[in-house]
Write a protein that binds this ligand. Structure first.
Ligand code: ADP
Ligand code: MG
Length: 218
């Protein structure tokens, strides 16, 4: 199947992400209760509810609404930065904004362009939070997803398959945070007591990429 990665698909992605995070809010907050301050699910849900309201206010392509996947992601990023406190708001906001900027105003995104956009998003997160892989953060889910997408481009996989590989890599990456000791963010205050729990931000990154896979295979 070759799904067109156009503004409608990106809009559906963000809406599906908002739905998934709302449905998984308690689980994300539970993960954050174990190694943080029990607000990650609520933080993201608040931000994405605000994003969904902004999107519902206008159809893509009409005046005042994003006319390209890139401008949509910039709008999502700016809204998250405005609405979400804590570490994850600025980090996710930056990721979406940088990914959107990398896309420019192209109306339809190729898998290679999607890879470049996620790579730019990851670079933004790294620059802002200075977390490396292994520090038990969202980077541990996002970085392997970006690599899987790069590999899929090289292998000439179709759009849905490539996104599936990225989503799976993010899920595996999130699970791999369980035995890690946190070296960044609030969880790092716990030291060795952070071991044995999945990182909430890595878990939400896996949800976000899984939402993209869901809409790409519809
Ligand atoms: P807060 O920690 O301020 O309460 P959240 O609970 O919403 O914010 O988000 C916590 C998540 O943010 C963590 O699980 C981790 O994935 C991510 N995070 C925290 N600090 C960093 C950082 N420096 N770099 C990358 N991700 C980070
Ligand atoms: Mg928190």
């Amino acid at each position: 199947m070759n799904t067109a990665l156009d503004t409608a698909l990106f809009t559906a992605w963000i809406e599906e992400t908002a739905r998934t995070v709302a449905a998984e809010k308690e689980r994300l907050t539970g993960l954050d209760a174990a190694i943080g301050d029990a607000d990650h699910g609520a933080n993201l849900d608040r931000g994405l509810t605000a994003v969904a309201a902004v999107l519902a206010a206008g159809e893509p392509g009409t005046p005042g609404s994003p006319g390209s996947p890139g401008s949509l992601l910039v709008l999502v990023g700016n809204t998250l930065i405005r609405k979400v406190g804590g570490a994850s708001g600025p980090l996710y906001g930056t990721a979406f904004r940088e990914a959107g900027k990398a896309l420019g105003d192209t109306p339809e995104v190729s898998v290679a362009q999607l890879h470049a956009a996620l790579e730019a998003g990851l670079a933004g997160v790294r620059k802002l939070g200075s977390a490396a892989e292994g520090d038990k953060t969202m980077v541990d889910a996002l970085a392997p997803a970006v690599r899987a997408l790069e590999q899929a481009v090289q292998d000439g996989k179709d759009t849905a398959e490539a996104i599936g590989a990225a989503a799976e890599a993010a899920r595996t990456g999130a699970e791999a945070t369980i035995p890690m000791q946190a070296r960044k963010g609030r969880a790092s205050y716990l030291g060795p007591r952070s071991v044995g729990h999945e990182d909430p931000g890595a878990a939400s990154t896996a949800l976000i990429l899984s939402a993209l896979h869901t809409v790409a295979t519809r």
